[in-house]
Design a protein around this ligand. Structure first.
Ligand code: HMG
Ligand code: MG
Length: 301
């Protein structure tokens, strides 16, 4: 019998990663109401929006208004994606507890996503990390394309480690490793975690799986076998990177909760409240979301 962790920490990224790829505009008031529902679910961290250039991600161009209008639950860390100094200024004005800086392990995805080479990205993120830390914010460093890049193919664990080491030296508190296009299978997870965990303690590592090929749950199980207990997920399985062709949604929080609770692992999150939040955003978007648990719940209603 395998031994699973007693508890895991889930970051809800639906309002950011989930909505960023949507062409249907969700009204600001609906985003606020939805984030408020998530805030009351027991989740400990919500990535509520993104302070990138509005032309690059129009779906989240109301980030400042969302940040100013949401109710703040003192038990929740409210974080947002921040690409540069201007983004940080806007994020601080709107209110954040955490800044998520981001870049890619592969040169071409980095260039396509943030319009810079990897080398040119470090000084920009250095400024953001230092300023965010100086104002007492938690900083997570996202590294994308840690398994495969949509432009370059396979990415080596050493390449990922190199970017992580740079970000860590710049002062990030933890590292979120992104399977941006959802291609990884468990053997790739093993290979990467064997490299990463030789240098970083498990509690510094967050796994961020997209579920393009339905492998995310298997990859989460493998990650837990390596002692990783922190995962990003998105209500209903919404999501995807607009600058990574073929990227589908994040693993659905609803499905992750079903797995964790079934295994007897504490998440602190109320499955029923997450289900309601899933139906809410599904109705606003006017389409069925990919979560199997949500689809099952709808069939029983
Ligand atoms: P750029 O064009 O190189 O920016 O874009 P720039 O610094 O040259 O500035 C150009 C103009 O944009 C200037 O205005 C700036 O002020 C303005 P001007 O002087 O010409 O009037 N500007 C901004 N305006 C508002 N907010 C800002 C901002 N920054 C500059 N923050 C930039 C560079 C990074 C801004 C752009 O490429 C961008 O916004 N990219 C974001 C792409 C994105 O959001 N991708 C999805 C998120 S990443 C992801 O999903 C992966 C993840 O989930 C993990 C995984 O799954 O792997 C995290
Ligand atoms: Mg993502």
């Amino acid at each position: 019998m395998r031994h699973w962790p007693k508890k895991v920490r889930i970051k809800e990224v639906g309002p950011r990663d989930g909505l960023q790829n949507e062409t249907n505009w969700v009204h600001t008031g609906d985003k606020v109401a939805w984030i408020n529902m998530l805030s009351e679910s027991g989740v400990k961290e919500i990535e509520y929006s993104s302070f990138v250039h509005p032309n690059w991600v129009p779906a989240l161009s109301d980030a400042r208004e969302v940040g100013k209008r949401i109710n703040r639950n003192p038990n929740v860390r409210y974080s947002a994606l921040v690409p540069n100094r201007k983004g940080l200024e806007h994020a601080l004005e709107a209110g954040i507890d955490g800044a998520s800086v981001f870049m890619s392990a592969s040169e071409s995805h980095n260039k396509n996503n943030i319009n810079k080479s990897i080398t040119a990205t470090y000084p920009i993120l250095k400024e953001v990390i230092h300023e965010a830390k100086a104002t007492g914010k938690h900083v997570t460093g996202y590294v994308s394309t840690v398994f495969d890049c949509p432009y370059e193919g396979k990415i080596s664990p050493e390449q990922v480690l190199c970017v992580c080491d740079k970000l860590y030296a710049l002062g990030v508190d933890d590292l979120s490793l992104g399977d941006t296009i959802g291609t990884a299978v468990p053997s790739q997870v093993e290979e990467l975690l064997e490299t990463m965990l030789a240098y970083y303690p498990q509690e510094k590592i967050i796994m961020h799986y997209h579920n393009t090929r339905g492998m995310a749950i298997a990859n989460i199980m493998t990650s837990m076998e390596y002692g990783v207990t922190r995962f990003d997920s998105s209500v209903g399985g919404l999501g995807g990177c607009p600058y990574a062709p073929g990227a589908a949604g994040n693993v659905a929080t609803n499905d992750v909760l079903y797995l964790m609770h079934g295994l007897g692992i504490n998440t602190g999150i109320d499955e029923n409240k997450l289900k309601k939040a899933g139906f809410f955003i599904q109705n606003k978007l006017g389409k069925q979301l990919p979560s199997n648990s949500l689809a099952y719940a709808a069939s029983q209603a």
